[in-house]
Design a protein around this ligand. Structure first.
Ligand code: PLP
Length: 353
């Protein structure tokens, strides 16, 4: 029998393999540490009870989009819902370029851009950030001029560095390049520099937002693209028609309607983030192995640390999961208790290495 050969580009791929063990403290995925309050869960349960399960979902996720628009003050003809912002990255990489066209991204940044870019056989190129890891808009402008990409995609604020560029800097970038600019604002709920209010001023700006971080809904997979009506029409036309299901739409609509809860949670997460950040700065005085703590505008902190892998393993051994990336650890702000614990354990580990 002739044998079936996988396409060469997927032969070496391995399924995404996040840390899944049963750890007492999970600070590895930048999730919210808040659980949904019982009354919001009840609201979701009621909506789920009313679902017509034999019917396909609303292809436009209208209720979820409406709640999103009210929360963030954008208009409905500028918003497209998707199965996580991950799906939007996939759609942009697969549909918004002609075969072989170029995507420019930066390094370090979210790995999904190059993952989808290469999977869809685009030409993916990266610009390395300098040692500070601060994104340099002048560098981006000149790289766009020199390399002529069809799309520029990066996260702002950045995962994993936790640094960002201001709205003014983003606007300056937008005025200086002609390619599609995809600003992944997954963490912008924690900062003030969104360009969502500016979408109608540009024909080449797409903003990605997610319910997975500040909104505490990573379980349901819901993300949004915010862009001008013309690009919104294009996105809605190319996405899979029933990309978000009725249950996720119901949960997202319920949670996005809770403005006060949202504000309270963002505030609580930022407070915990500040505790984590100052705690690590204090540790730095005791432990020279902690080489660098980067400033943060998100719900996590990145540190450069000697023997990062060994420290990461020691933390896992103590049932604390953080993200290890080469010379760095990325630590999500947990509950105040979790933050205290991770700081105490880090202190013990660093004293002994
Ligand atoms: C977490 C994260 C997302 C969110 O992806 P979802 O698919 O919506 O969960 C997107 N971009 C970045 C940079 C992230 O860190």
């Amino acid at each position: 029998m002739p044998s079936y050969e996988l396409a060469a580009k997927i032969q070496a791929l391995k399924p995404y393999d996040p840390i899944m063990g049963n750890y007492r403290i999970r600070l590895d995925a930048n999730e919210s540490f808040y659980e949904l309050p019982p009354e919001v869960i009840q609201k979701i349960q009621k909506k789920i009870g009313e679902t017509a399960f034999q019917r396909y979902p609303d292809p436009n996720a209208s209720q979820a989009c409406r709640a999103f628009c009210q929360l963030y003050g954008v208009s409905e003809d500028c918003v497209t819902a998707a199965n996580g912002s991950d799906e939007l990255i996939s759609i942009l990489c697969s549909c918004f370029l002609e075969k072989g066209e170029k995507i420019l991204t930066v390094r370090p940044d979210f790995s999904m851009y190059s993952f989808y870019g290469s999977l869809y056989e685009t030409q993916i190129e990266t610009v390395s950030k300098g040692e500070s890891y601060q994104l340099d808009v002048d560098q981006l402008i000149s790289e766009c001029a020199a390399r002529n990409p069809r799309m520029l995609i990066f996260s702002n604020p950045c995962n994993p560095t936790s640094l960002g560029i201001t709205r003014q800097e983003m606007l300056r970038l937008l005025r200086s390049v002609s390619c599609l600019v995809v600003a992944d604002e997954a963490y912008m709920d924690f900062w003030t520099e969104s360009v969502m209010e500016d979408v109608n001023d540009f024909d080449h700006l797409i903003i990605l937002r997610t319910c997975s971080k500040a909104l505490g809904l990573a379980a349901i997979r819901m993300g949004f693209a915010v862009t001008n009506p013309k690009l919104t029409q294009a996105l809605r036309a190319v996405k899979s028609p029933y990309n978000t299901d009725s249950l996720s739409q119901a949960a997202a609509a319920a949670v996005l309607s809770e403005k006060e809860l949202y504000q309270e949670h963002v505030k609580g997460i930022l407070k915990s983030r500040d505790q984590l950040y100052t705690g690590i700065q204090e540790l730095q005085k005791l432990a020279p192995a902690l080489e660098r703590v980067y400033p943060t505008v998100t719900n996590f902190v990145m540190v450069k640390i000697a023997q990062a892998e060994a420290v990461w393993k020691e933390l896992l051994h103590r049932s604390i999961a953080v993200r290890w990336m080469g010379e760095h650890l990325r630590i999500t702000a947990g509950s105040p208790d979790e933050t205290r614990t991770v700081l105490a354990e880090l202190e013990t580990i660093l004293k002994n290495t």
